[in-house]
Design a protein around this ligand. Structure first.
Ligand code: LMG
Ligand code: NDP
Ligand code: PMR
Length: 393
């Protein structure tokens, strides 16, 4: 079965080098109308004039798709970086916090909705007290997001990297649930909460003197319909965004972005498209001006995390072996944490506007997004509607 799925995979010429290794991890099926690769290559020419050594390295390494082990420049000693990770109380976020804290080069702000759970998680992961701080953040409430930002500013710490990682997934929900602001929960939390958070913290990142500032938004293969995984029903699709424009409130508007009937699994996948589009819109609007690197990623299928907590028990039992032995897309929490930690701090991953993935040897490469997840006008529309919904416009 693995073989037959493998044979469905079809890559464009430019990424042939990664075909064998990347197997099912997000490589394209047939949807190559937009090849993000070329546009990012031309963008990188622009950035070259502005950014210095670090980026020169990144451009050089990322000009071939199978990226990248480049020794970091010289021996400059950096101050300890500060990174905020949302949803660091479990899964990918916790594993990333651990990987970064262990280097001794990062102070991790664990931005979590459950303070006690986060403290316990940090302790059981063995993260040293000097290397983390738990701060309360409930992304399902705009007030809480604003309060978090105020608290962070008050702490006086610089902000060097922000990782938008938290998410909820409600595959079995028959009826929608809502954020404190009355917005369908998956898109409200995964996209809008993070959209407000990143917009409010952008200034802090601008002010940081850290040499490589980054805003990372976790994406996923399941939001990309140019992959096999992205074609498992229900498929992501934002449509004309009439539901989003109406506020996803289930009263005078649909709870789904495309205006259709509620479907929890689709809402999650739609929210991931919004995450990936938002990253690219940030890149277009702010990369040149601020030098901040904007990136997204698919960390691999971390089939054991809390993300599947609401799925039926049979799914939770079968999903990990299915991903391990059949699709071979499985990745452990530890390994996924190392991947995201690379996107946070690896000197070779400074290119902006990129959606990172990894092949089976855990080497990173620039992946292609589906046509919808790289649609420039949809990205602008998501941005403009979102800023109204979160009260910024
Ligand atoms: C929906 O169902 C739910 O309705 C929704 O609530 C939500 O949960 C959503 O995405 C989440 O899923 C999706 C449904 C559709 O999938 C299933 O019901 C299958 C569940 C399987 C879960 C994994 C466990 C599998 C068993 C593992 C066994 C472990 C080891 C033992 C060996 C057993 C061997 C199997 O699913 C479908 O409709 C199925 C078909 C989807 C194929 C994707 C289509 C891609 C199109 C592209 C080209 C076609 C290629 C065909 C490839 C065939 C692959 C099967
Ligand atoms: P987990 O459920 O383990 O982690 C999600 C985290 O988000 C938890 O810490 C959870 O907090 C937090 N969270 C949920 N709602 C809120 C909220 N309202 N406010 C603040 N925090 C919240 O899942 P994963 O680690 O798997 O997911 C992490 C990211 O990885 C997500 O963006 C997901 O889309 C992405 N991803 C996951 C894949 C996978 O295979 N697992 C594949 C591709 C992408 P709490 O601990 O309190 O529940
Ligand atoms: Mg998928 C072909 C490879 C592949 C990969 C890499 C994933 C990742 N999945 C693949 C294939 C399949 N899945 C196939 C062939 C099926 C039909 C049997 C299948 C089914 C399936 C279900 C029901 N897969 C799922 C679900 C979920 O509920 C998960 C989901 O959609 O969450 C939104 C999921 C996932 N599959 C993945 C990944 C990474 C997920 C979950 C996490 C995410 O996207 O964030």
């Amino acid at each position: 079965m693995a073989l037959s799925i493998h044979n469905l995979v079809n890559l464009p010429g430019k990424t042939t080098a990664t075909l064998k290794d990347s197997t099912l991890l997000g490589v394209s099926l047939s949807d190559h109308r937009k090849v993000d690769f070329s546009s990012s290559a031309s963008r990188s020419k622009l950035t070259l004039t502005k950014r210095k050594v670090l980026e020169t390295q990144a451009v050089a390494t990322t000009s071939t798709p199978a990226v990248t082990r480049v020794p970091s420049e010289g021996k400059k000693t950096l101050r300890k970086g500060t990174v905020i990770i949302t949803g660091a109380s479990s899964g990918l976020g916790l594993a990333t916090a651990k990987a970064l804290a262990e280097t001794g080069k990062w102070h991790v702000i664990m931005a979590c909705r459950d303070f006690l759970k986060a403290e316990r998680a940090a302790k059981s992961a063995g993260i040293s007290k000097d290397n983390y701080t738990v701060m309360h953040l409930d992304l399902a409430s705009f007030d809480s997001v604003r309060q978090f930002v105020a608290n962070f500013k008050q702490s006086g710490r610089p902000l060097d990297v922000l990782v938008c990682n938290a998410a909820v997934y409600q595959p079995t929900a028959q009826e929608p649930t809502f954020t404190a602001d009355g917005i369908e929960l998956s898109v409200g939390t995964n996209h809008l909460g993070h959209f407000l958070l990143s917009r409010l913290l952008l200034d802090d990142m601008k002010q940081s003197d850290y040499p490589s500032k980054r805003l990372i938004i976790v994406g996923s293969i399941t939001g990309n319909t140019n992959t096999l995984a992205g074609n498992v029903p229900p498929k992501a699709n934002l449509g004309d965004m009439r539901g989003l424009a109406g506020g996803l409130n289930g009263l005078n508007s649909s709870t789904m972005i495309d205006g259709d009937k509620f479907d929890g699994a689709k809402a999650y996948k739609d929210s991931k498209i919004c995450n990936m589009l938002t990253m690219q819109e940030f890149h277009r609007r702010y990369h040149e001006e601020t030098g901040i690197t904007f990136a997204s990623l698919y960390p691999g299928c971390i089939a054991t995390t809390g993300l599947f907590r609401e799925h039926i028990p049979l799914f939770r039992l079968l999903f990990p072996p299915f991903q391990k032995f059949i699709t071979k897309g499985y990745v452990s929490e530890d390994e996924s944490g190392k991947r995201l930690a690379q996107v946070v701090s690896d000197p070779s991953l400074t290119k902006s506007g990129v959606y990172w993935s990894w092949n089976k040897d855990s080497a990173s490469f620039e992946n292609q997004l589906s046509a919808e997840a790289s649609d420039v006008s949809k990205a602008r529309k998501v941005w403009e509607i979102s800023e109204k919904l979160v009260g910024l416009a």
